[in-house]
Design a protein around this ligand. Structure first.
Ligand SMILES: N[C@@H](CCC[C@H](N)C(=O)O)C(=O)O
Length: 262
């Protein structure tokens, strides 16, 4: 890349969903440069990440989240990215242990204790139930499908088939889930915009927890999910036929800080 820019960045990960983080409070990042974001997220030629997040000033809250997928395009809400951004804001001394920040789907409340972040997700009013799958929006669109043995599934192949076959160009994220025990599920996710399986997807595991509860495959209002990159807990309250007070909780950690000429 030849922008003449030397960029200071941080790398964070939340259950293996990894992000390049940039403090853009001085508004110096070239936000329309899709190729630059794609390059920074590239695992061979750049830093390497599933997405890039800008932390910006906000009039309504402690800070604003601007999220890009690794394909270089801005997208809808990222749950693990939101959790990592809370850790980043704490590490930059912008917040202490509680915060409210603004994202594409509205204001989010969150708390952080050491490296564990609990992030409130949007309320979910509608879960579409089809024969073989559920579809819902937890800030990002999610297809949730039960499979007999998710551990042995070719997630990239099967996910891509559904992402393009069923949802077209705008697409959906595709989650495959196998019940493990009472209120505990193993989940693997194909993410649109990464166009591959990621080790964990926060809005995805949230969608799985709510869809499993709706189908009465989870009984408790606290659901545990095992993703490839670690464990997450989702808690919620029923709100008529939907859900409110939805919280996604799990670890979010700084990996390293760096500088890149691009
Ligand atoms: N990794 C995310 C989801 C990011 C957005 C997604 N790829 C999309 O474009 O819908 C998460 O943790 O929620």
């Amino acid at each position: 890349m030849k922008t003449g820019l030397t960029l200071e960045f941080y790398k964070y990960q939340g259950t293996g969903n990894d992000f390049v983080m940039v403090d853009n409070r001085k508004d110096t990042f070239p936000k329309e440069n899709t190729d630059l974001v794609k390059f920074l997220c590239d695992r061979r030629f750049g830093i390497g990440a599933d997405g890039l997040i800008l932390l910006e000033n906000d009039n309504l809250s402690d800070f604003k989240m601007v999220y890009y997928n690794s394909d270089g395009n801005t997208s809808t809400m990222c749950g693990n990215g939101g959790r990592c951004l809370v850790a980043f804001a704490r590490d930059l001394d912008i917040i202490k242990d509680k915060t409210t920040f603004n994202a594409i789907d509205g204001l989010h409340h969150a708390s952080i204790n050491k490296d564990v972040v609990a992030l409130q997700m949007i309320d979910v009013a509608v879960i579409q139930q089809k024969d073989k799958y559920s579809f819902l929006d937890t800030g990002s669109p999610h297809h949730v499908q039960i499979v007999a043995n998710v551990a042995s599934l070719d997630v990239k192949k099967e996910g891509a088939k559904l992402r393009y076959g069923l949802y077209g160009e705008s697409g959906s994220n595709i989650n495959f889930v196998t019940p493990l025990a009472d209120d505990t599920f193993e989940v693997r996710t194909y993410e649109r915009g990464v166009e591959d399986e990621t080790l964990s997807c926060g809005t995805g595991v949230t969608a799985v927890a709510l869809a499993m509860h709706k189908q009465k495959k989870a009984i408790s209002n606290t659901v545990k999910v095992k993703a490839r990159g670690g464990d997450l807990t989702i808690s919620f309250e029923q709100n008529g036929s939907g859900y409110k007070k939805v919280f996604l909780k799990g670890p979010a950690q700084k990996v390293f800080k760096g500088e890149i000429a691009c």
